[in-house]
Design a protein around this ligand. Structure first.
Ligand code: PLP
Length: 422
C-alpha cells in the first residue's frame, strides 16, 4: 500500500533533474497532476494484453475490455459514493461534462427569461457553456461577486437565490485560483429550497478531499481524471439518476442507441445514452487505478498534508515584501497559493522559477472574469499535491524572495510596475 511518506518513489517523473542540475519541484498540480507507476502500468497492460473495443464484440478481448471498463465505472461510483454505477457517465473531462449538461439538460430546461447563477470565481469551463446556452435561449447569467476578503458568504448566496430564483446554480467546489472551498452541501440545500438545479464543478475538489455525492446532494457533479493522477481524456459527469433519465442524449452515434431506423432512433439506457462512439477505454481503466491509488494514500491524509505545506508556503510568501497572496487570509483552502509580485510579471516569475527547477503556472488560469474582478490580469500559481514536500515549499519561498529582489527597481534603474500586466 502506498503511503504519504514513501509515495514519491511511485512517481518516476518526480526524480527528474532539470536544467542546471536542479531537482524538479512540481507545483503545477492544479493544472494537471502526475501519474504513479500503477496508473502508467494499467495503461500499458491494457494495450499489451486485453485491449479491444468495448460493448461491441463477443470475442474474449472485447469481453475482457468491457468487463474492465465497467469495473472502472463501479470503482469510480464507489469513490464518489454514488448510489448507482450508471449515474457515472464517462466524458473527456470536466469541460466536456459541463458541456454535456448545458447541451442536454440546459437546452431542455432553460428558456428565455430564466436565470443561471454562477460565481465570479468560476473556471471558463463553467462559464462559457452557459454563455453559449444564454445566447441560444435568451436567458440571463448572474454572478455572485467576491467580498473584500475574497470569500463568498452563504448569506450572499441565499440573497442571490432569493432575488434571481435561478433555474440553475452552477459553482465550483474549490477555486482553482483562490484555493477557497465552497460549503457545497449548504449551498446545494439552499438552492434546492428555491427550486434550482445544482451543478458542482469538483475539478479542484475531487483530487484533494473525500467526495461524497450523496452528502453533497447536488444534481450534477463533474471532475477530470488527469487532476486525480489519472490519464488525460477521461472525466466524470455524475448525474442524479432521475435527471439523467429525463435528459435527451447530447452526442449521437454508435453505442448510445437502442434501435435505429431510417426514421429515427431510440436511446440506450444509462449510462450508454451519454457515451456515444468509442469511449476512452484504456483511460477509463487507468482512472480506476488512479482513484484506487489516491484512496489508498487516503483523501483525508492528502487534505491534511496539503494544508500543512501549502499554508507553510503561503505564510512564507506573505512575509516577502512586495508579494501579494491572492487568497483569503483564513478559512478552508486547498493546496493552491496564487500570488503577484510588485515588480515582476507572473510570466517572468514562472520563467525564473522554472530556471530553478520549480514548475508553477502563470497567467489567468482560465478565470478571466475573476482576475478582472480582482483588478489584475495574471497571477503566479503554486499548487501542491500529496507528493510535494515542505522542502519544496521552502525552495519556492526562497526563490520568490530572490526573484522579487532581482526585479525590484534600484534607485538608478526604475522599472514600471508590471505586477498586473497581461
Ligand atoms: C475549477 C476547474 N474547472 C474545470 C476545469 C476544466 O478541466 P478540464 O480542462 O480537465 O476539462 C479546470 C481545469 O483546470 C478547473 O480548474
Amino acid at each position: 500500500m502506498p503511503t504519504l511518506t514513501d509515495c514519491r518513489d511511485d512517481f518516476p517523473i518526480l526524480q527528474r533533474s532539470m536544467d542546471h542540475g536542479t531537482q524538479l519541484a512540481f507545483l503545477d498540480n492544479a493544472a494537471s497532476t502526475q501519474r504513479p507507476v500503477s496508473v502508467i502500468k494499467s495503461i500499458t497492460e491494457c494495450y499489451e494484453t486485453y485491449y479491444a473495443n468495448v460493448h461491441r464484440g463477443i470475442h474474449t478481448l472485447s469481453e475482457e475490455s468491457t468487463e474492465r471498463y465497467e469495473h472502472s465505472r463501479a470503482s469510480v461510483a464507489n469513490f464518489i459514493n454514488a448510489k448507482h454505477d450508471h449515474e457515472v457517465i464517462y466524458t473527456a473531462g470536466a469541460t466536456s461534462a459541463i458541456n454535456t449538461v448545458a447541451h442536454s439538460w440546459g437546452r431542455q430546461n432553460i428558456g428565455s427569461g430564466d436565470t443561471i447563477l454562477l460565481t465570479i470565481a468560476e473556471h471558463h469551463a463553467n462559464i462559457v457553456p452557459w454563455q453559449q446556452l444564454a445566447t441560444e435561449k435568451g436567458c440571463r447569467i448572474e454572478y455572485l461577486p467576491l467580498q473584500d476578503d475574497l470569500q463568498i458568504e452563504t448569506a450572499a448566496v441565499s440573497a442571490a437565490l432569493e432575488k434571481w430564483q435561478p433555474k440553475l446554480f452552477a459553482f465550483t467546489a474549490a477555486s482553482n485560483v483562490l484555493g477557497t472551498v465552497s460549503p457545497v452541501a449548504q449551498w446545494t440545500a439552499l438552492a434546492h429550497q428555491h427550486g434550482s438545479t445544482v451543478l458542482v464543478d469538483a475539478a479542484q475538489a475531487a483530487p484533494h478531499q473525500p467526495l461524497d455525492v450523496q452528502a453533497w446532494d447536488a444534481d450534477f457533479i463533474v471532475f477530470s481524471g488527469h487532476k486525480v493522477c489519472g490519464p488525460t481524456g477521461i472525466g466524470v459527469l455524475y448525474g442524479r439518476e432521475q435527471l439523467l433519465e429525463a435528459m435527451p442524449p447530447f452526442l449521437g452515434g454508435g453505442g448510445m442507441i437502442n434501435r435505429v431506423t431510417t426514421e429515427g432512433f431510440t436511446s440506450a439506457a444509462l449510462p450508454d445514452k451519454f457515451e456515444a462512439g468509442t469511449p476512452p477505454i484504456a483511460e477509463a481503466i487507468a482512472l480506476e487505478a488512479a482513484v484506487q491509488y489516491i484512496s489508498e494514500i487516503g483523501l483525508t491524509e492528502i487534505e491534511q498534508h496539503e494544508q500543512k505545506i501549502a499554508r507553510h508556503a503561503e505564510t512564507g510568501l506573505r512575509q516577502i515584501e512586495g508579494v501579494r497572496v491572492i487568497s483569503p487570509p483564513s478559512g478552508e483552502k486547498t493546496g493552491i497559493v496564487s500570488f503577484v509580485l510588485s515588480h515582476a510579471h507572473s510570466h517572468d516569475v514562472a520563467h525564473s522559477l522554472s530556471e530553478r527547477g520549480i514548475a508553477v503556472r502563470a497567467g489567468h488560469h482560465c478565470t478571466m472574469p475573476l482576475h478582472r474582478a480582482l483588478g489584475i490580469t495574471a497571477t503566479t500559481r503554486a499548487s501542491f499535491y500529496f507528493y510535494n514536500t515542505r522542502e519544496e515549499a521552502d525552495r519556492l519561498i526562497q526563490a520568490v524572495d530572490d526573484i522579487q529582489k532581482k526585479f525590484k527597481p534600484t534607485g538608478r534603474r526604475r522599472r514600471r510596475s508590471s505586477g498586473d500586466r497581461s
